[in-house]
Design a protein around this ligand. Structure first.
Ligand code: CP3
Length: 343
């Protein structure tokens, strides 16, 4: 029997009168209940690795807003940690990792199959969520795409232009491609395990895809996504995949078909009319409200929400943001967005 939940129907290609809605980073610091649970956990990584608390913060935005999907609470950088990298978060600055800058660092990494030794608590969070989520709310599992994760592993931190990763790509191609391959295998393993534990949809975050140009985009954003999705589909043909090659620009045209993704998540820079005309006939689209509007609120939030809904009303659409909601967003503005969307 066909799955009648709104998110699953949109992912299956159905045009709906009101699109399903969820938000990137919907469990996060803009919510007082998130900050309380995070304080209880002590720090961000402890929150990720404590299944009861990670499940609790995943459920919080579902209870508060009644979103049409939940996304597993975890982080894309848990995979490098499971491969043996050191990982820590500096308050107010972001993630730090031990770096991979040559063959020696690469050889010290564990094989892809070893990631499960460390990631068991994440799979347990997925199991708890399948038990505790309302039956009408599908659970989205996720991972970082190999290129984006590699940019953090190579630089040891977030970088504005992914300079260190581009440098390694030209100076030591063998190490760079070996790292992309290892991450492609590990990401496949990780998502298969999330699906086995109960994830019903998967999303691949390639936040820095936009800095890959020309053949580099095809080789390091498109090809790894295609390999990962093909492996997932071989084992689980009915589990939909959402791809998010952020700032992919013109490269978004054809991406869903080439990778096998069921849905393309759109960043804030994508023109909605172009996407409705060119991309939506190819696959379901997700997006792409500017998260800054959830800080500002007001009429512009209402107008933009309706404009995006209406622009995508002729095909399969999942309403979402073009990037994660920020810590300074007002939780009341999310209610305004939902009322504008559904009302
Ligand atoms: O969307 C969700 O609610 C699911 C959970 C989730 C988190 N991170 C929780 C998180 C997801 C899907 C991610 C993805 C992620 N993590 C990405 C890709 C998406 C994107 O935003 O581009 C990236 C690049 C990361 C790496 C990462 N994690 C960074 C750069 C940071 C620090 C930035 C910041 O906002 O401080 C994190 C930390 C992080 N991951 C937080 C959350 C809720 C904030 C941690 C805290 O509570 O202090």
């Amino acid at each position: 029997m066909a799955d009648d939940r709104l998110l699953m129907r949109a992912l299956a290609g159905e045009t709906l009168p009101v699109p399903p809605v969820w938000m990137m980073r919907q469990a996060g610091r803009y919510l007082p209940e998130y900050r309380a649970t995070r304080a209880q956990a002590g720090d961000f990584l402890s929150l990720c690795y404590t299944p009861e608390l990670a499940a609790e913060v995943t459920l919080q935005p579902i209870r508060r807003y009644g979103f049409d999907a939940a996304i597993l609470f975890a982080d894309i950088l848990l995979v490098p940690q499971a491969l043996g990298a050191d990982l820590w978060f500096v308050t107010g600055e972001g993630p730090r990792l031990s770096t991979v800058t040559g063959p020696g660092d690469f050889k010290a990494l564990k094989p892809a199959g070893a990631i499960h030794d460390r990631l068991g608590p994440i799979y347990e969070t997925v199991r708890l969520l399948r038990r505790d989520l309302p039956a009408e709310v599908p659970l989205i599992g996720f991972a970082g795409a190999p290129w984006t994760v590699a940019t953090y592993m190579i630089a040891g931190r977030g970088t504005p232009d992914q300079g260190p990763a581009h440098a390694l790509k030209s100076s030591d191609r063998a190490t760079f491609t070996a790292l992309i391959d290892r991450l492609t295998e590990a990401t496949t393993e990780y998502l298969l395990a999330q699906i086995a534990a109960g994830a019903e949809v998967v999303k691949l975050f390639d936040s820095w895809a936009g800095s890959l140009k020309g053949d580099d985009f095809d080789d390091f954003a498109l090809a790894p996504a295609k390999r990962i999705i093909a492996a997932l589909k071989a084992a689980h043909p009915d589990v939909p995949a959402i791809a998010f090659p952020r700032q992919g620009g013109a490269k978004l045209d054809g991406f869903a078909a080439a990778t096998g993704a069921d849905c393309l998540a759109l960043d804030t820079e994508v023109d909605t009319d172009w996407a409705a005309r060119v991309l939506q006939p190819q696959s379901c689209v997700q997006g792409n409200l500017d998260p800054q509007l959830l800080v500002e609120g007001g009429q512009r939030l209402i107008d933009e929400t309706r404009r995006i809904r209406d622009a995508f009303s002729g095909g399969p659409h999942i309403f979402n943001l073009g990037h994660g909601i920020t810590p300074d967003a007002d939780p009341a503005h999310v209610d305004v967005m939902l009322k504008a969307l559904r009302g």
